[in-house]
Design a protein around this ligand. Structure first.
Ligand SMILES: C[S@@+](CC[C@H](N)C(=O)[O-])C[C@H]1O[C@@H](n2cnc3c(N)ncnc32)[C@H](O)[C@@H]1O
Length: 355
C-alpha cells in the first residue's frame, strides 16, 4: 500500500468546506435496534420507576437507548460484546480530547481520493463486487489501512471517530439488506463513497464496557438496568463480521460465501443455554429496577429466527426477582425480509427488585 499514489481533489485544501454534513447515531441499520421505540421505552420506565440516577444499558447494540438515557440520568454504564459497537460508543460518547478541524481535514483528504488509482488490498480482494462494489472496496481498504498508519498521530478519540465515521458511511452503500450474513446477488450500482463526519454527543459520566453481560453484572451496581439481549440463534458478531474485521484489523482468513472469519466471541444468548444464561444474569444484577425488552417472534416460520426463551419463561424468571409489570407496543418488525409479522408486538417488562 505504501507506494500508492493518490489523486487528490483540490477541495482538500479547504477541508472544512468539504465535510458539509454529519451522520447520526440513529441512522445505522442494525437488527433488533430500538431506535424507533426509545420514546415509548423511556415514558414507560419513567412512569414506573423512582429515584433512579444510574442507568445500565447491558446489551447496548446501536446505543440509541443509551443516548436517550443521557436526558434522564446522571450516570450511564453501557456495554456490548462487539468490538465495533464498543469503538462506536467511544467515538460518539466519550468526553476525550479531539480536534475537529484535524479530523475534517483527514476526511476531506479521503473524500478527494479517486479509487481508480488505488491498488487492490485485503478489503477489495475479499469483499469487492460482493458486499461493496470493487472501486469503493479498494477505497475502504485503503482508508482503513491509512487510519492505522496514522494511529500514533491521533488521540484515542480521534482514532475512534475516524473508524466509526468509516463504518457509518459504508453502511449506506453496503450491498445488503442491513447486515453481512449475505450480500445481494445482483450487479452493484456504483455510488461514490463520500464520508460524512459522525455527530458526536459527548456525555461526562459514562462508563463503556465490552464484556460478557453475565460477567459484568457481577461487578456493576446501578439504579436501573435495561436488558435487550439477542433472543434467537443469529449471532451479532456474524451479522456484523465486516465491522468486527475492520475494527480489529487483524486481516483474518475468511470462509464461506459470506466471507466470515472463524467464529469467535459468540454469545450464549443465541444457544440452547439462553434461558439459564438469562436467569443467571437477572439473579446477579445488583439494581433496584429491571427493564427487559422482548418481542413475539417466537411463531416465526424460520427456525433460526425462533426465540430461544419464551415470554412466559422471562416473566417467571423476573417474577422471582420482584414485582413485575408487562407493557405492550405494536411495532413494525424488521428482520432479513423473509418473515412478516402482522401481529408483531414489542414487550417491556418492568421489575421492581426485592430488597
Ligand atoms: C437486540 S441487540 C440490542 C439492541 C439495542 N437495544 C439497540 O437498540 O440497538 C442485542 C445486543 O446484545 C449484544 N450481546 C449479545 N450477547 C452478549 C453478551 N453475552 N454480553 C454483552 N452483549 C451481548 C449483541 O452484540 C447485540 O448488540
Amino acid at each position: 500500500m505504501s507506494s500508492t499514489k493518490i489523486q487528490q481533489n483540490t477541495n482538500t485544501l479547504f477541508p472544512e468546506m468539504f465535510v458539509e454534513k454529519t451522520i447520526s447515531l440513529e441512522s445505522r441499520r442494525y437488527i433488533g435496534n430500538k431506535t424507533k421505540l426509545t420514546n415509548w421505552i423511556f415514558s414507560t420506565i419513567l412512569n414506573e420507576t423512582q429515584n433512579c440516577k444510574t442507568f445500565f444499558d447491558v446489551f447496548a447494540g446501536t446505543a440509541t437507548v443509551t443516548k436517550t438515557a443521557f436526558n434522564y440520568y446522571t450516570k450511564i454504564i453501557t456495554n456490548d460484546l462487539l468490538y465495533s459497537n464498543n469503538l462506536i460508543y467511544k467515538a460518539f460518547f466519550e468526553q476525550k480530547e479531539w480536534n475537529k478541524y484535524k479530523i475534517e481535514k483527514i476526511i476531506g483528504y479521503y473524500n478527494g481520493i479517486n479509487p481508480n488509482v488505488l491498488k487492490d488490498n485485503y478489503f477489495s480482494e475479499h469483499f469487492g463486487n460482493k458486499f461493496f462494489d470493487y472501486q469503493n472496496s479498494k477505497l475502504i481498504g485503503f482508508i482503513r489501512e491509512d487510519i492505522e498508519k496514522q494511529k500514533n498521530d491521533l488521540t484515542e478519540k480521534e482514532y475512534a471517530i475516524l473508524l466509526a465515521t468509516l463504518i457509518y458511511n459504508i453502511d449506506k452503500i453496503a450491498n445488503t439488506v442491513g447486515h453481512f450474513d449475505a450480500y445481494i446477488k445482483k450487479a452493484i450500482n456504483y455510488k461514490p463513497l463520500e464520508l460524512k463526519l459522525i455527530e458526536t454527543t459527548e456525555f461526562e459520566n459514562i462508563e463503556i464496557y465490552r464484556e460478557d453481560a453475565n460477567k459484568l453484572a457481577r461487578k456493576i451496581s446501578a439504579d436501573i438496568a435495561y436488558i435487550d439481549p439477542p433472543y434467537n440463534s443469529r449471532q451479532y458478531n456474524r451479522f456484523y463480521h465486516i465491522y468486527e474485521n475492520l475494527v480489529t484489523w487483524e486481516k483474518p482468513e475468511l470462509f464461506g460465501v459470506a466471507l466470515k472469519p472463524k467464529p469467535e466471541n459468540n454469545s450464549l444468548y443465541c444457544t440452547v443455554k439462553a434461558k439459564e444464561t438469562f436467569k443467571d444474569l437477572i439473579e446477579n444484577l445488583n439494581v433496584s429496577y429491571l427493564a427487559v425488552s422482548y418481542n413475539n417472534t417466537y411463531n416465526s416460520k424460520s427456525h433460526s429466527s425462533e426465540n430461544k426463551i419464551k415470554l412466559e419463561e422471562i416473566e417467571e424468571i423476573l417474577n422471582r426477582k420482584g414485582e413485575t409489570k408487562v407493557f405492550e407496543n405494536s411495532h413494525k418488525f424488521f428482520n432479513t425480509g423473509k418473515t412478516e409479522f402482522d401481529n408483531h408486538k414489542e414487550i417491556l417488562f418492568i421489575t421492581k427488585t426485592k430488597k
